[in-house]
Design a protein around this ligand. Structure first.
Ligand SMILES: [Zn+2]
Ligand SMILES: [Zn+2]
Length: 351
């Protein structure tokens, strides 16, 4: 199929630094939108994929799934977008559209596997997909989102992954005015969870291991910060929360947080993938009808709903802008949680 070469930043091997390279993008097919990428957020998944931390990375790899930009070309049958529209692309660029999950707008749980924005398999070319660390991307219009015009475009980029990853559980567990929500961990995901839960009218508590996050959390909208290493503070919130969004990306003891759930409350894991240690004790779950659940990103309709909500409530991410060439140093800083709260690449630096 016809392709065009575009500049990108990617890596050839797990231990190699990211560097400039050329990649092929398919030319627009009738249902495709071509996007000139203006900004791209930097997600922890980018780093894990670049370094093959989860296995399965195909090289060269070009990360980036918090993409915002401007429509530069459209296919003949595109009806939802026109040239010049401000648009976004998140973690999903294709799915089967026919399975039970897809029929319910749950493309993130596509039973045939969704096509990832990077390191996925492009159904058109049969080759792997490349992410947003590049000049342009071509995506089927069904997987492209409208970005509300009033939002700061660069700061809206992280909504496409960090935003919807926390929005989806807030909506699924019906958070509304007066709900009591707690967030574990204050990073890219955690700070979005606070803003979105607050926007929905919930009272929001941050669990933090140290007091140094208190001022920042309150500035982001948290009503309260509970120091999770302080037993008396943890006891003071026993049985309080309807929903806990746990964004911590490494193995940690969730039993103390389960104790703070209300009857029928749910703790939902969105950051950590793997076996829980120490063991999860079922006693408080059974005696309080409590749940421990998981959730991954969100569907396309839900992502648009979240973006529209953010437009209405003027919610964006807190970002630090970087040039494309700073990406390797930025990955090192991310590993030390040295970012408030998301890096966003100014793609003009790639030109
Ligand atoms: Zn991500
Ligand atoms: Zn499907």
């Amino acid at each position: 199929m016809a392709t065009t070469q575009v500049k990108a930043f990617g890596t050839e091997a797990p231990e190699a630094a990211l560097q400039q390279m050329n990649i092929e993008r398919r030319n627009v097919t009738p249902k495709d939108v071509e996007i000139e990428i203006l900004f791209c957020g930097v997600c922890h998944s980018d780093l894990h994929t670049a370094r093959n931390d989860w296995g399965g990375t195909i090289y060269p790899a070009v990360p980036g799934h918090e993409i915002v930009g401007k429509v530069s070309s459209i296919g003949a049958e595109v009806s939802k977008f026109k040239v010049g529209d401000l648009v976004g692309v998140g973690c999903i660029v294709d799915s089967c559209k026919t399975c039970d999950s897809c029929k319910q707008d749950l493309e993130q749980y596509c039973l045939n596997g969704f096509t990832g924005t990077y390191n996925g398999k492009d159904k058109h070319s049969g080759k792997q997909t490349f992410g947003g660390y590049s000049e342009k991307v071509t995506v089927n219009e069904e997987f492209v989102l409208h970005i509300p015009k009033n939002l700061d475009l660069a700061a809206a980029a992280p909504l496409l992954c960090a935003g919807v990853t926390t929005w989806s559980p807030l909506k699924h567990w019906n958070v509304k005015e007066g709900s009591k929500v707690a967030v574990v961990g204050l990073g890219g995901l955690g700070h979005m969870a606070i803003k979105l839960a607050k926007g929905l009218g919930a009272s929001v508590t941050l669990f933090s291991r140290t007091p140094d996050k208190i001022a920042d959390a309150k500035e982001l909208g948290a009503d309260e910060v509970v120091i999770s290493t302080d037993d008396s503070q943890m006891k003071s919130v026993a049985g309080k929360f309807d929903l806990i969004i746990d964004t911590v990306p490494y193995v940690h003891d969730i039993n103390p947080y389960v104790a703070t759930l209300n009857i029928s409350g749910t703790l939902v894991l969105v950051g950590y993938l793997g076996p829980l240690e120490p063991f999860l004790n079922s006693v408080p779950m059974i005696l309080g009808r409590k749940s421990v659940a998981g959730s991954v990103i969100g569907g396309i309709a839900e992502t648009q709903e979240m973006l529209d909500f953010c437009g209405k409530h003027n919610i964006v991410s807190e970002i630090e802008m970087i040039n494309m060439q700073d990406i390797n140093a930025s990955y090192e800083r991310m590993l030390k949680s040295d970012v408030k709260y998301r890096f966003v690449i100014d793609m003009a630096s790639l030109k």
